[in-house]
Design a binder for this molecule. Structure first.
Ligand SMILES: NC(=O)c1ccc[n+]([C@@H]2O[C@H](COP(=O)([O-])OP(=O)(O)OC[C@H]3O[C@@H](n4cnc5c(N)ncnc54)[C@H](O)[C@@H]3O)[C@@H](O)[C@H]2O)c1
Ligand SMILES: O=C[C@H](O)CS(=O)(=O)O
Length: 484
């Protein structure tokens, strides 16, 4: 991996504007999932260092919140501009540590920068309100102020965008932000820290720390100074963080697991539906929280759709993400491959059929064949658990009532998709689906302007959009008695 801007390759934590090591010298390797090679290492900071990071954030936030929204916006816009300027380097780094194809990595960098651009503008629009007084001698108004020191714990599948989707609204609101990236993908986070320093974000306002997730997480959750925690990752860890944050009544944003149904009715445009499945299911080799996890196809269109889907899946090119033409990278680790295998074995044991793929790829390591499974039923793990891999399980259904009931039969509620040309159904079914986001005749719904998030056990709160700032602000009501 050759970077033009070599300063982007950082192997130390960004603490109070300095690049720091662990005080006990402990470090952890960063592995390229495609080749299994060590590409770098990062510190394992101690709990005492994590506590000091919180103190630095508290100190830095005083000056940052005193800046105007316009002043914060100027620095943030510079940060976004630098990200786009160095997008090729950032993408190369991201592919090296996460595995996704370079084109997807580049797309993620642009997506990540879009959150900074969006919230830099939102920083100028943090407005309170003046209320109609209930007493003639009084005046009443509402201020909006930054919540204070924030922390973000982020996943490996979008090592850049999941950081900026949290750091951008926090910084825009006038908060300081401490980022703890996934242990698998810290280098992208540290590179974003480097560009934040170059953009002029003051020391301590944005800090990026690496270390034991459990130990650092406990320090962040237990500190009363950390007023807000934003987490993206599994529902299991989300529950742990909720429990650990309860003693300090921390404000939480949780973007958790999904189990997205992808519904295709008989009247759908078949080619658009197949394209939608490919875009949703195989993005990041199926490792996104909004990937189609269950594909429901109405009985009339089932044979034709499955035939076309298999044809398109067999065109996918599996390989190391930096190789030209590769459209499917490796899974993040051996555990991810084991989960895919477990779900496939379970389905086959319950009568499902492999229509293409179904085996580890000849490249070895954590590469897996893009797979389509037919004859899938609700008795199988595909129906209940997030597979998080390049496997398209296809269920059939008879009618609308049946498929809505099946789609809603899960504790998750992040994203859902449906393809139909029936205008009434394009309203009726999304309104009946218990999900935070619904794609209608599209498999790609994520952007910076829409409120991203789930219901039920897929999380709390929304990220992006005009709503994304709300969780980084507190309202303060002032009641002024005009008399002497
Ligand atoms: N809803 C969303 O927007 C969204 C986005 C990406 C991933 N996800 C979900 O995340 C899962 C896959 O990502 P993952 O494997 O990185 O998830 P994960 O929950 O294992 O890890 C996410 C982050 O939490 C940290 N972590 C793990 N255990 C912790 C603990 N005890 N205390 C504090 N921090 C801890 C990890 O180091 C990492 O930084 C999938 O379920 C996926 O659906 C959801
Ligand atoms: O994996 C979860 C991400 O939030 C997916 S997306 O990039 O926001 O669509």
């Amino acid at each position: 991996m050759q970077l033009k801007h070599t300063e982007l390759f950082r192997q130390h934590c960004l603490i109070n504007g300095e690049w720091a090591d662990s005080e006990n010298g402990e470090r952890e390797d960063v592995i390229n999932p495609a080749m299994g090679a060590v590409i770098g290492s990062v510190p394992q900071i101690t709990p005492a260092q994590a506590a000091l990071v919180i103190t630095y954030a508290e100190q830095a936030q005083v000056g940052w919140r005193e800046k105007t929204g316009k002043q914060r916006a100027a620095v943030m816009q510079k940060w976004a501009q630098l990200m786009l300027e160095h997008a090729d380097d950032l993408a190369a780094l991201l592919t090296a540590e996460q595995g996704k194809p370079l084109a997807e990595a580049k797309g993620e960098i642009v997506y990540a920068a879009s959150f900074i651009e969006w919230f830099a503008e939102e920083a100028k629009r943090v407005e309170g309100s003046v209320l109609a007084p209930v007493q003639a001698s009084q005046r009443m108004l509402v201020l909006k102020q930054p919540i204070g020191v924030c922390a973000a714990i982020t996943p490996w599948n979008f090592p850049a965008a999941m950081i900026t989707r949290k750091a951008a609204p926090a910084l825009a609101a006038g908060c300081a932000m401490i980022v703890k990236p996934a242990e698998q993908t810290p280098l992208s986070a540290l590179a974003l820290g480097q560009l934040a320093v170059e953009a002029g974000i003051p020391a301590g306002v944005l800090q990026v720390i690496t270390g034991s997730a459990q130990d650092v997480g406990k320090v962040l959750c237990a500190s009363p100074v950390v007023r807000k925690l934003s987490f993206t990752g599994s529902t299991e860890v989300g529950r742990i963080l909720m429990a650990q944050s309860a003693p300090t009544v921390k404000k939480l944003s949780l973007e958790l697991g999904g189990n997205a149904p992808f519904i295709v009715f008989d009247d759908a445009n078949l080619e658009r539906a197949v394209a939608g499945i490919m875009a949703s299911k195989f993005r990041n080799s199926g490792q996104t929280c909004v990937c189609a996890n269950r594909i429901y196809v109405q009985q009339g269109i089932y044979p034709a759709l499955v035939k076309r889907l298999v044809e398109e899946v067999e065109k996918l090119k599996v390989g190391e993400g930096s190789q030209t033409g590769v459209t499917q990278g490796p899974l993040i680790d051996d555990a991810a491959v084991s989960k895919v295998r477990e779900h496939l074995d379970d389905a086959l044991s319950h009568g499902a059929t492999i229509l293409t793929g179904g085996q580890p790829h000849a490249l070895g390591g954590t590469f897996f064949q893009p797979t389509v499974v037919g004859g899938v039923t609700s008795a199988m793990k595909f129906a209940r658990e997030e597979t998080f891999g390049p496997v398209a399980p296809v269920f059939s259904f008879a009618d609308e009532a049946q498929v809505v009931a099946m789609a809603n039969d899960t504790e998750f509620g992040l994203a859902a998709y449906l393809f139909t040309r029936d205008a009434a159904r394009q309203w009726r079914v999304p309104e009946a689906l218990e999900y935070g986001m619904v794609g209608i005749n599209t498999g790609l719904i994520s952007n910076e302007v829409a409120p991203f998030g789930g219901i039920k056990q897929s999380g709390l709160g929304r990220e992006g959009s005009r709503h994304g700032m709300d969780d980084y602000l507190e309202m303060k009501y002032l009641c002024i008695e005009l008399g002497e």
